[in-house]
Design a protein around this ligand. Sequence first.
Ligand SMILES: CC(C)(COP(=O)(O)OP(=O)(O)OC[C@H]1O[C@@H](n2cnc3c(N)ncnc32)[C@H](O)[C@@H]1OP(=O)(O)O)[C@@H](O)C(=O)NCCC(=O)NCCS
Length: 186
Amino acid sequence: MLMPNFIKTSRLSLTPFERTDIDRFIELVNDEGVARSLASLPLPFTAPDAQAWIADREQQQASNNKYLFAIKTKTSGFIGVIGMDRQNKELFDLGYWLGRKFWGQGYASEAASAILHWAETNVGIKAITASYFQDNPASGRVLEKSGFLHTGVKTMRYSPAHDKRINNIGMIWLGNTPVSHGREIL
Ligand SMILES: CC(C)(COP(=O)(O)OP(=O)(O)OC[C@H]1O[C@@H](n2cnc3c(N)ncnc32)[C@H](O)[C@@H]1OP(=O)(O)O)[C@@H](O)C(=O)NCCC(=O)NCCS
C-alpha cells in the first residue's frame, strides 16, 4: 500500500504516485533530453516498463525503503518525479526528473528542498546522497541550492541512454541539525 505522504510547497504538490499518472509519465520521460541524465531508466520507456517500475516502487515503498512522489502543479498536473531510496539503515539516495517543458523555473530546486525538509522532520532521515552525470550541471546546481555538498568522489556509472559508463559526481546532504562526531552514517 502507498504511504499517505503529501508535501505542499508554494507552487507544487508532491503526492503519492497514482496509476493515472502513467500516461503522462511515459510521454514526458520518453525524451532524449530527460532520459540521457537518468541512470535507471532505459529508452524507450514503454507502458509495460512503467507498470513494472511502479509496481516495484510500490513494493519498496510499503517496506519504507523508498519514498516516491509525483510532482504536480495546479495548472499542468503531473510534471515529474522525485524520490529517495534507502541505501542502508540511515542513508537514502535522492533522484528526480521533470518533463523538459517544465525546466528552468526552479521547480526541481523547490521539490528537492521540500522533500529534504520532509525527510528530516517526518521520517528522521539524517543523511542523503545524490549524484549526477558530469554533463548535467543543472542537476548539480539543484543539489547545491538544496544544501548538498560535493563529496569529492567521482565514479564511472552506466548510463542507459549513452550505453556506456560515464563520470558521475557524488554529493551528500547531512540535514539541518548538526551531526554528532563519531556517528556512523555511511
Ligand atoms: C536537472 C533538472 C531536474 C533541473 O530541473 P529545473 O527545474 O530546471 O531546475 P531548477 O530550475 O530548480 O534549477 C536549475 C539550476 O541549474 C542552472 N543551470 C541550468 N543549466 C545549467 C548549465 N548548463 N550549467 C550550469 N547551471 C545550469 C540553472 O540556472 C538553475 O540554477 P540558478 O537557480 O542558480 O540559476 C531537469 O533539467 C531534468 O529533469 N533533467 C533531466 C533529468 C535529470 O537530470 N535528473 C537528475 C538526474 S541526477
